[in-house]
Design a binder for this molecule. Structure first.
Ligand SMILES: [Ca+2]
Ligand SMILES: [Ca+2]
Ligand SMILES: [Ca+2]
Length: 465
């Protein structure tokens, strides 16, 4: 019954429509109708492309077939963020054009976004398919191993790895010298240029390998992706050479509580600076919002420019800074904080028991194993995965949000759904640095700060606790 009504409705719609257009422009009218009612009249159903094999976790390189019936072409992207858009029935405004039934090879964690293009140049619904990889332990006696490219390949005794193939050792080949699997590892690799930084991530491809046919090490493989930042312009007014001078001290080694003396000193320094502060430069203040500043012409006093109040607050030493900065903390959900890349500063000197590049305290905060360099056993240590934007706790890449990081630049954020862990979002790179304790606060003050002249810092309002 409903179907009948629909047919009758469409009929009258057509009659009504045709009757209002001038007969001389009938072809225009038909064209419009054809487009508007295409699905019902011509039977072309616009659906998201199907992918085969389906999205999921795999242990070897996959050839993914994209199919969209009725589509003239498919546009797809693999950067994980760009939505494919058709320009014409066969070309893309965003993405790469592919015939329906065409294939895309996937060897590292990749999100394929695909959509069909139709005769009217419209873009169909988008399919989003995430392929991740984990390492199976290949049982190999001979032949080519189609393992996920970053996984270590071990050949059985009597076989030697060449590229991704285990070849039987020749009986007379004594001179080679027990090379085993390492003999064919690449000694040199060059890469293409990095792609533009999108959502805190950029990628590149392996251009050349030396010697030819060699096997990429896991570090060489994973180095095709990294976390990144959009470069910010330098500030000619400010002394950028901030690493010569250290802030006063890291404080006592195990105390996170500022001493009474430092509280009195803080009050005195803030009072003195208030007196010395002259006309406020709002432009300068805004530019330095969220930064930690070091007064390089004095004894390296550190200040935090609170982005909310646009006032500066004195940070006497590590423990004092740790306590003080937490007061500016903004609560954040765990589901949001993971969208901000973790920052690593190689000059930080903090205990790293398993030598994977992540300090113990940081590992506690992100849930990796502080006694195990490769928490998820995928052949890449935790530090390498964080630095390159991969998940150290499992398969797949981390998905970042530049817009969220931008909003939080310079802020202190607190994980209110966990144990109140505090992080400083460095306004320079949009990455979060873990404020574990006074020691971590000191390292941040020392290495993520900006030197500033007395003349300039005294154009920024001194806050009141
Ligand atoms: Ca570690
Ligand atoms: Ca670890
Ligand atoms: Ca790992």
């Amino acid at each position: 019954m409903k179907k009948k009504l629909l047919v009758i409705s469409i009929f009258f719609l057509i009659i009504g429509f045709v009757s209002v257009v001038n007969k001389s422009s009938a072809s225009t009218a038909e064209g419009t109708l054809g487009t508007g009612l295409q699905t019902g009249l011509e039977g072309v159903t616009k659906a998201a492309p199907t992918v085969s094999p389906v999205a999921g976790a795999y242990t070897s390189t996959q050839t993914v077939t994209l199919t969209a019936s009725g589509a003239t072409k498919i546009c797809y992207t693999t950067d994980g963020t760009t939505t494919p858009v058709c320009a014409t029935p066969t070309t893309c405004t965003a993405g790469t054009a592919l015939a329906s039934g065409g294939t895309v090879s996937v060897a590292v964690a990749t999100t394929i976004k695909s959509a069909g293009c139709y005769a009217d140049a419209s873009t169909g619904p988008v399919a989003t398919s995430l392929y991740t990889f984990s390492c199976a332990t290949p049982t190999v006696t001979n032949g080519t191993v189609s393992a996920y490219s970053t996984c270590a390949i071990t050949c059985n005794s009597g076989y030697t790895l060449s590229g991704s193939t285990c070849n039987a050792n020749s009986s007379g080949g004594g001179g080679g010298g027990g090379g085993g699997t390492s003999a064919s590892s690449c000694t040199g690799v060059t890469y293409s240029a990095w792609t533009a930084c999108v959502n805190g991530r950029q990628t590149r491809t392996v251009a050349t390998q030396t010697p030819s046919g060699c096997s990429l090490t896991s570090v060489q493989q994973i180095a095709v992706s990294q976390t990144c930042q959009v470069a910010s312009s330098t500030d000619p007014i400010i002394d950028q050479d901030n690493n010569q001078e250290a802030p006063p001290s890291s404080g006592s080694s195990d105390q996170n509580t500022p001493s009474l003396a430092s509280k009195e000193l803080t009050a005195k320094i803030m009072f003195d600076e208030k007196v010395l502060t002259g006309e406020i430069d709002q432009k300068l203040t805004t530019r330095l919002s969220g930064r930690i500043l070091l007064q390089t012409e004095s004894f390296g006093q550190a200040w935090y420019v609170d982005p909310v109040s646009q006032e500066r607050f004195y940070l006497a030493d590590g423990p004092n800074a740790y306590q003080a900065l937490r007061k500016f903390g903004l609560g954040i959900k765990n589901s949001d904080i993971i969208k901000i890349p973790v920052g690593l500063e190689s000059r930080f000197t903090m205990l790293d028991t398993d030598k994977d590049g992540l300090p113990d305290k940081l590992e506690e905060a992100i849930g990796t194993d502080l006694n195990k360099a490769d928490t998820d056993n995928d052949g890449n240590n935790d530090g390498t995965e964080i630095r390159n934007g991969y998940n150290p706790n499992g398969t797949g890449i981390l998905t970042f949000s530049t817009s969220l990081a931008d909003r939080l630049k310079g802020r202190i954020i607190l994980q209110t759904e966990s144990r109140g862990e505090a992080w400083y979002v460095n306004p320079v790179d949009g990455k979060r640095y873990y404020l574990a304790n006074g020691e971590a606060a000191y390292q941040i003050m020392r290495y993520l700060s900006l030197g500033i002249s007395n003349d300039n810092i005294r154009k920024i309002t001194v806050g009141t606790w």
